[in-house]
Structure formats: C-alpha cells, structure tokens
Design a protein. Structure first.
Length: 246
C-alpha cells in the first residue's frame, strides 16, 4: 500500500499525518514492513508472524487445557536493561504472567513464538524455557488474579463492549443503510480490528478453570470477530480495500 493511501485512511481515523509517517518509519526500522519502492510498503515475515499470532491468540479460549505450565526464566545484566524490558513486554503480550522476579508463566505452549523472540533479541544466553506440573502451591483462580491483572482486563472488556454497542454498531448500521462507501467501511473494519488486537495483546486468554465466574472475555472477542469477518460481505470485491481484508 502506498503512503498516500495509508495517510488517507488513517487521517480518516483521526490520526495526524506526521504521526502516521513516524509509525511507518518505526515499523520499517523494526522490520515489520519494507519499502518495495519509494513510499510503497509491504509487510515482512516478522509483521506477518505478529498479525498471525494476534489473530490466533483468542482461539486459546476454546482449547482444552492439559494442566501443564510453561515457564520462562531469565536474568539479564543491568547494562542490558533496555533489551530486558522489551523482552518482558513481549512476554506479557504473549500472555505470560510474572510468577516471581525473573520467572514468567503461561498455561499455553508458546515455545515457537518464544524462540523467535529470544533469537530476535539475542537473548539466548540469558533465558531458559521449561515445561512442568506445579507440585506445591498450584495456581488457583485467586492466585491467577494476582499473577495476571485480571481485574484491569475485565474492565477493558467492559469498556470495549460498551464501545461496540454504543458507537460501533450504530456507525456500521448507519453506513449499511446509507451509501456503503468502501473507505468508510474499511475505516470501521480497521477500528474493530485494532480493538481486537488491543484485547489480544492484553488478555492472556487463560483456561476457563482459572477465570472469575463473571468473565466476559470469550463473549466479547467472539462478537468482535463476528463483526470483523462480516466485512468480507460488505466491502465490494471491486474495491481496492477488499484485498486487505483478513
């Protein structure tokens, strides 16, 4: 996609042109995208992997848990704290929670993603990954709520559900009843996609047995995905934007 098209789309979303260009520059530097020619961008393997993970992560809600735990142990020298902090952020986005200082845990097997992160950050000498059962002081729902910020994530689900009902659905219905402008529809598509991504990066998608009884994450993400996928029937295949539908 050309920079001009990206600017047109994201200024429609309320972003400033310079901010859009700054993000493109940062994504190029971090090797998520590359310029085939001047101002013409395509996604790279790293970007594809990131998008694929964000799209797949909510499926963990439907996976039967085998009660195994996956641990990441790491200790990084203080002079390397920037790399350490970046790696920690990526662990949290994967869905790991901090069990102890330098020890992170997840009920899901993310070793493929972990190995990719470790290699990309040149962290091989600092990190150990293990798979085990917990023999003493197992992680209960009460303890899970301390390891992961489940109260904050629950509020995020409530906030996004309110946005979906009060803002997104009326805007979509208005567009459907109106002229069905492909750009307007694509902007709505991107907006709901960004909300799904935000939830996916913050919600560890824990097994049901570890979640509070009133957890609404599964229902919220399922409804957002239903709307997200419906755009394949709303945006005409003749539109330039159709090729970008996931």
């Amino acid at each position: 996609m050309h920079t001009k098209e990206l600017v047109q789309i994201y200024t429609k979303r309320g972003y400033k042109e310079q901010s859009i260009r700054n993000v493109l520059s940062r994504m190029k530097k971090e090797k998520y995208i590359y310029a085939e020619e001047r101002s013409q961008y395509s996604i790279m393997d790293k970007g594809e992997q990131f998008v694929s993970f964000v799209n797949r992560k909510p499926r963990q809600y439907d996976v039967d848990w085998n009660r195994k735990w996956y641990f990441v142990h790491f200790e990084v020298p203080e002079p390397e704290r920037q790399r350490r902090d970046q790696f920690r952020l990526q662990l949290l986005q994967l869905g790991f929670g901090q069990l102890y200082k330098g020890v992170y845990v997840s009920p899901w097997d993310y070793r493929k993603q972990l190995l990719s992160l470790i290699q990309a950050a040149s962290m091989d000498e600092y990190v150990t990954i293990s798979e085990a059962s917990i023999l003493y002081r197992d992680i209960t729902p009460e303890r899970a709520a301390d390891i992961w910020p489940l109260a904050d994530i629950h509020r995020l689900h409530q906030e996004k559900w309110q946005w979906y009902q009060d803002e997104f659905v009326p805007a979509l219905n208005k567009e459907i009843r109106g002229r069905m402008d492909p750009l307007e529809l694509f902007v709505l598509y991107l907006h709901v996609g960004e909300v799904i991504s935000e939830i996916s990066l913050r919600d560890p998608m824990l097994p049901v047995s570890l979640l509070p009884y009133d957890w609404m994450g599964h229902r919220v993400i399922a409804e957002l995905y239903r709307s997200f996928q419906s755009f394949a029937t709303l945006i005409p295949s003749s539109s330039n934007y159709y090729q970008f539908l996931v």
